[in-house]
Design a binder for this molecule. Structure first.
Ligand SMILES: [Zn+2]
Length: 272
């Protein structure tokens, strides 16, 4: 049993064949899929899919690249949607310095708002990072220090998604209370992530596709889909010298710890 903790299934890329995509995921043992948001319409679309298919779970956030033109009101709309009891995480938020450095400060402001939202709702957070690890981890660590007297229940937790960093960065992420999301990049010839993932314990790793992007080998460059999370699990098993079953069981346990809302007996979902 595998969990794809990051799939944008509400995008147009899946409009014509979503039932087949989900069918192939289940056939590959991927029973649960988490849908990170980009903006308010994507949250509504994700929630609608959760009603259509079992095993899908929605998040709520403004993607960092969306914050360039976003207003306070846009964030408030996201925050209002986040009150829906079906929302299992705040995500994806974070920092993206890759293409456009003209609104770093703005991204950081929205990142802090998302962290406050997660804390208020007691939800995990999914972070997107592109060439911004230093600033991102500093802001997360600062937020962690602020909450020391909140007790375990208020502790910030979640995932640094699409992790491609160093073992030292992974250790720092773990110390902040977070897991890393490992996806298709692990299978890329030029990524050289095997040594790094060997040093990260499985109780700090969740699996993901980031579908429709970043398809693992041998599908690199084509549309990604949740069924391919099995290829990531296989590569991770190879890198760690353990069985795929062990990787599947351990990373699913990690995902359930990080995202309590996806557990089948979660109180919010029991009555549905
Ligand atoms: Zn994503």
């Amino acid at each position: 049993m595998l969990i794809d903790t990051h799939a944008h299934l509400y995008l147009d890329a899946f409009r014509d064949d979503l039932e087949e995509v989900i069918g192939r995921a289940r056939a590959a043992g991927v029973e649960r899929m988490l849908l990170p948001a980009i903006d308010a319409p994507s949250i509504r679309a994700a929630l609608a899919l959760c009603e259509r298919f079992d095993g899908l779970y929605a998040m709520a956030a403004l993607h960092p690249t969306e914050t360039k033109s976003a207003t306070r009101r846009d964030f408030e709309e996201v925050a209002a949607l986040c009150e829906d009891p079906r929302i299992v995480a705040v995500g994806e938020t974070g920092l993206d310095y890759y293409r456009d450095r003209s609104f770093d400060a703005r991204q950081q402001t929205f990142l802090r708002r998302h962290i406050q939202l997660a804390r208020r709702r007691n939800l995990p957070v999914v972070f997107h990072n592109r060439e911004a690890f230093g600033d991102l981890i500093r802001i997360v660590e600062e937020a962690g220090r602020d909450e020391q007297d909140l007790g375990e229940g208020g502790r910030l937790r979640g995932v640094f998604h699409c992790f491609t960093g160093t073992p030292e960065e992974a250790a720092r992420i773990a110390r902040a209370g977070f897991a890393v999301g490992v996806g298709g990049v692990l299978t890329f010839k030029n990524a050289r992530l095997d040594e790094c993932v060997r040093r990260i314990p499985l109780d700090r790793i969740v699996l993901e596709t980031d579908a429709p992007w970043l398809a693992p080998a041998p599908h690199r460059g084509k549309r990604n889909e949740p069924a391919y999370v099995r290829l990531v699990a296989e590569r991770l098993a190879l890198a760690k010298g353990v069985s795929v079953e062990e990787v599947a069981a351990a990373t699913s346990r990690t995902a359930e710890n990080v995202f309590p809302g996806i557990c089948r007996d979660a109180p919010d979902r029991a009555g549905r």
